[in-house]
Design a protein. Sequence first.
Lengths: 538, 352
Amino acid sequence: MGYNELPFLFGFLPLALLLFSITPRAKRKYILTFLSWTYFTICSRYLLVWLIGTTLFIYIMGLWIGKVGDRIPENYEVLMRKGPKEGSDVDLRAVKKEHIRHKTLMLVSVLTLFGVLLVLKYTGFFVDQLNGILASAGKVPVVAPKLLVPVGLSFYTLEAVGYILEVYWKRIPAEHDFWAIALLIGFFPQTMEGPIARYGDTAKQFIAPEPAVPRNLQEMTSAAMRIVWGMFKKIVIADRLNTVVAYLFDNYQDQNGVMIVVAAVSYTVQLYMEFSGMMDVVIGSARLFGIRLPENFRQPFFSQTASEFWRRWHITLGAWLKDYLFYPVAASRFSKDLGKKVRKKHGRHAAKLATSALALTPVWLFNGLWHGAGWHYIFYGIYYLALLLLEQVIDPARDAFYKKTGINRKGKGATLFRILRTWLIIFTGELFFRADTMGAGLHMFGSMFKNSGISRLFDGTLLHLGIEGADWIAVIFGTVVVFIYDVLIERGFSMKNWIWKQKLPVRWLLYYALIVAVIMFGAYGTGYEPVDLIYAGF
Amino acid sequence: MKQTNHSGKGSRIRGVLFFLVLILLFSLVSRFFIFLSSEEGRKGMHMRDYIYTALGEERKGSLDLLVTGNSESAASYSPLEAYTDQGIASFNASAYRLKMQEIYLMVENTLKRQKIKVLVLETLSLTEPVEENEALEALMKGEAEWVFPVFRFHNIWTHGLDPLDWQPAMWKGYIIRTQVKRPKNMGLYMHPSDFFYDLPPANIRMLDRLLRLCDSKGVQLILYSAPSPQNYDMKKHNTFAKLAEERGLTYLDLNLLTDQVGIDWKTDSLDAGDHLNICGARKVTAYLSEAVKELEPDLPDRREDPGYSDWEEAAASYKKEADAGARKVMDRLAKRRARWQKAARKQAQGQG
């Protein structure tokens, strides 16, 4: 039951809201957990045991890690380096033992959580690789066990690991309320596609949520309209483009030149409209229950560099990787030692580059693999790793270029150039990301430079990709509307506030216009196949 | 921005008013779309919607029998043939991959305008794979489409834009098909078997709901399986026979009666044993309409009814087209045979 489907929007969601509204505030966490587990059961049936198991596991481990951590003094590092103050009765040996225990508990927790993810999601991929080796050695292939993957496994595992690490680092105390943990990783609007919530973002809200319904009309209206806006992106644009994308990528061997560009651009637009649209539905739905979920997109197509793009696209994944992978590696002793050595020999810039490379490599390998078990996903991660390192390598040269030519780097022309360059990077990355295999991705990339055939954009070829002229009009119209909206938001305009300042008839007219636009221009009904949520597949 | 707390009775009234205006808006837009659907908008319309629109345009209370199902029944029953043979006023409301949930809603809504006496359901719809969630989605979507037709016709604005859009002539829901291709291999077509086929539970539930609806409206429900070597075997027959027996329904499996029906697989199949062409449909209609008449003797003969003069005209026009279609089938076969003979002669000369 996807968030874009009628049983969710007009069945589960209103029923859940009704149940939630009639439940006393102090008991709402129970009803929210019940609703979330019911939703999970509808999607993954008995695989709910994985979610409940993970909840119980991190609840117990969190408390345990917290308890052991409390016995370790805050100044542990100093204590170990300098020893206890005179007259102090601190038993260093006992403290060290607790420290090891603390670390072991954290490692066991994290490895168990990732172990489950690895086994359930990647066994098939690893067995395929093994079979490739066995086949080349003339050995009998191994049969991969068929494992069912619960919905949202990749998302809730990251949330669970994040919670364990936060408790371990003593940034937060271990949560004693089981229901807060249950909802942290299982809250139903974020089950399928995130956003990847942190304990600090949401957990406390779950314990005593303040509902938007029925108390605050403004909040309720904004939340509902955000859902409609998300559906506009999804069914007017993304679902229409799906036919084109599927056709071009499925028949990639017959495509070349400009048609590969059409494939890459169409998929990028589809992915953005779908994922960001679903985030609007998710955040809007959560708001109806009084829960504020973190934003996942911030106008990514205005990014001027690849690194900025990743601060604006799937923000919660980027932030998770930065906080729980990049910083720990960058702050490690090994990284510091490496930095010192390289600085001595090759200077500051090289040292920065070396430490960045060290910390960014696991981040981008993880990012690629997290999206799925496939070499093209790994390549996708390496692609961005290379680009980000390249950004740092050419940093001094770029500064020198601006200085020498006198070009205003903040000028409109230079900014536009950087934005368009970033688009090129994004489209190329998405080409490999969407390709079925690494080979298909490389083939498509190579074909892009053969027989450009730009005339195919105007000679009717685009009308033979599974959608008609009217569909293209709807796609272009919808994309322009979303683009204008994004421009306004980028300039600091608050649509929510502006709408609320209008008189009631104007407000309603706008709401009705959006609803009717979704109904009239949506790609649904007979002749359209329902399109599964893309990120739910990751 | 300062958060305004719009609580209380006023906001509740405004909320209710908002939805009332929205419902009114949907109704108005729906009416506009129904208007569009009767003109240019019908071009390029999906077959299911095209048939539903034609069904909705049938004179109120004029239909006595409704045939429904997926493409198997769409290709195997011709209402104007049944009118000519037996005087039955019927409509074929079948379409490609029509789900049981859609069928139920269509029948429920048709019964509001028509006093159907017999409902004939082609059984392959019961095998249409549907998950529980999809079944619920289909019911909700279908319900919305019947209440607010804008949900069904919302794509009409695209139809006028594509010059390639067109619709074939439809005869009370039936479309004459003249292609011919015999089944290559009959395989294990209707070979004895004791096994059963697993039907999706959501479809069985829908059949039971349909049966309850028929009972409450005094409609006799009959199940039939159209001849189709590609789709039917004894496993499916056993399943439908058991299903019908348990519910006290009549089940006519024409796959076991191909001799009685007179099916000739050389001439009657459209696409290698999947669907029937006009020749096959004529034979199935003749057999089925006679059987239905026997099962429901109260079915009126409308041929003498002056209120059905338009049916007489339609039947006459249809006959011309159907005869031409049948001739086309035979011409195609003759041409094909001539090509083969020519090729065989060439081969023989070459060998000689």
